[in-house]
Design a protein around this ligand. Structure first.
Ligand code: ADP
Length: 493
């Protein structure tokens, strides 16, 4: 089986050797006869075939965990300053190769090149942030009960971290797990999805080039998610598990982690409301909704899922929103459009089915039409209500579903009427309302007069069935550290 990259891909890259076609285990690149194809979601063209890490035989996964365990012993002995230097060398390489990394991402994931560039910077920003934070892993001393005693709290790495990540942000979802894990002195075995393995593997290649020691970062690629996931979540030598993906898969993996009582964090699905109050700056709300809805073709867990507009400004909002939506270009991500293809044809069909079902139940298509294949231009539908499936599940496509409300109380009730609790947004100019609604929304993240809420300095994460744990911010290392309390009694002179 050939693992040569397609001529087109090779031509587009300044450094084609950044494309790796097998797993990174203990610093080396694994190859096998069994392979899977990585497709361009725009035209389904095969970009490259990649070696499977494990079909039936889990020995490579075992090897990765063993190498992570070995490497962690030495890695944790390094000073925070040594870890900082190595992580910053890794960060520098990401920025240096930004354009190639962005092209690789657009080819395998589909998002517009400008968004891919943004994601590379965003992913790298977590590496820089946590490199800095590694120097600030402080402990405490606590007043003791006896005069000849000290009570100390120190923070220690958990050990070996395992992580599973999705395809919608193939660089940053991984970077924001690897970075805090290794900054805290852990090693990691990560399994990105088989849909976008190249953006993950290139991070491994750059880590090698940066001089991060062998075995500290292991990246396993293969189509056998279930079995590899089983090993990662049940292995005695994996101390912590971190997952980003759907709530259903998250629940299953959480259950698997229970067998060895792992420390866990889960970043699961969302169902973000976007509330436009009657006192909002409507133009600003339209801009915010466009950004928060159509980024990554609507395929993000913080994407606006339910737009709720006060009836007194509903028609004005819809009219202005549709005018802006009309300006969005759709097509091949490499052509610098605003919206690229959806990840695969089935995902696009699922989105269209949600729209069809909603219209059968009374929703109206205000703008757009249902296409076929992975390309789907934006659609705006109105007369949606919370009982429709489109309001209950993550749409994960470029469909804006708009509903009306009459009172603030009703808006907050409707917004909270979901098992999910990741991101929420609202627009208002009234200071008291901003305070009330910010507190009333049962979400981990609230954007007030703001549609873009993700950055490395802020704690990203959800409540309810959107999961727990926080990524980024000064809190982001907590998930990767254990607290140790040391009580010392000493002889008084
Ligand atoms: P999405 O809908 O975003 O693809 P999933 O939860 O299906 O969300 O996938 C997220 C990640 O979890 C992907 O890397 C996928 O391959 C992996 N995955 C899916 N099912 C399982 C499973 N049963 N065990 C382990 N990993 C899984």
């Amino acid at each position: 089986m050939s693992t040569t990259i397609s001529a087109k891909m090779s031509e587009l890259l300044k450094d084609p050797s950044l494309v790796k076609t097998g797993s990174l285990i203990n610093g080396d690149w694994h190859s096998s006869d069994a392979t899977f194809d990585v497709l361009n979601p725009y035209d389904q063209e095969v970009l490259v075939s990649v070696s499977e890490v494990a079909k039936d035989d889990m020995s490579q996964v075992e090897k990765a965990i063993a190498s992570a365990k070995r490497a962690q012993q030495e890695w944790q002995q390094k000073t925070a300053y040594e870890r900082y230097d190595l992580m910053m060398a890794w960060f520098d390489l990401m920025i240096q190769h930004k354009e190639d990394l962005a092209i690789i991402m657009t080819l395998e994931q589909g998002k517009p090149l400008k968004e891919s560039r943004g994601e590379i910077e965003y992913g790298a920003s977590y590496v820089k942030w946590f490199a800095e934070e590694s120097k600030r892993i402080y402990g405490d001393t606590i007043p003791a009960l006896a005069s000849n005693q000290t009570i100390k709290v120190i923070k220690e790495p958990v050990g070996v971290v395992a992580a599973i990540t999705p395809w919608n942000f193939p660089n940053s979802m991984l970077a924001r797990k690897i970075a805090p894990a290794i900054a805290a002195g852990n090693s990691i075995v990560a399994r990105p999805t088989e849909l976008t393995p190249l953006s993950a593997l290139v991070l491994g290649e750059l880590a090698n080039r940066a001089g991060i020691p062998k075995g500290v970062i292991n990246i396993l690629v293969g189509s056998n998610a279930k079995e590899v996931g089983k090993v990662l979540t049940t292995h005695e030598d994996v101390d912590k598990f971190s997952f980003t993906g759907s709530t259903n898969v998250g629940k299953l993996l959480m259950e698997q982690c229970a067998s060895t009582v792992k420390k866990v964090s889960f970043e699961l699905g969302g169902n973000a409301p976007f509330i436009v109050f009657e006192d909002a700056d409507i133009d600003a709300a339209v801009d915010g909704a466009i950004k928060a809805k159509f980024r990554n073709a609507g395929q993000t867990c913080v994407c606006v899922n339910r737009i709720m507009v006060h009836s007194s400004v509903h028609d004005e909002f819809v009219e202005k929103f549709v005018e802006k939506v009309k300006l969005l270009d759709v097509g091949n991500g490499l052509d610098n459009v605003d919206i690229g293809p959806l990840i695969h044809p089935k995902a696009a069909d699922d989105v269209r089915e949600l729209v069809r079902e909603a219209t059968e139940q009374g929703a109206t298509i205000k703008y757009g039409q249902l296409l076929s294949g992975t390309i789907q231009s934006p659609i705006v539908i109105t007369d949606v209500n919370n009982e429709m499936q489109i309001a209950k599940t993550e749409i994960f496509g470029p469909v804006a579903a708009i509903q009306r409300f009459e009172t603030e109380k009703q808006a907050v009730l409707l917004a909270n009427d979901t098992p999910f609790g990741l991101a929420s947004y609202f627009y208002s100019q009234n200071a008291s309302r901003i305070e009330r609604v910010s507190r009333g929304l049962k979400y981990g993240i609230v954007g007030v007069n703001e549609g873009l809420i993700s950055n490395a300095a802020a704690p990203f994460g959800g409540v309810k069935q959107s999961g727990f744990g926080r990524e980024g911010s000064l809190y982001g290392l907590d998930d990767y550290l254990n607290m140790k309390y040391i009580c010392t009694t000493y002889e008084m002179s």
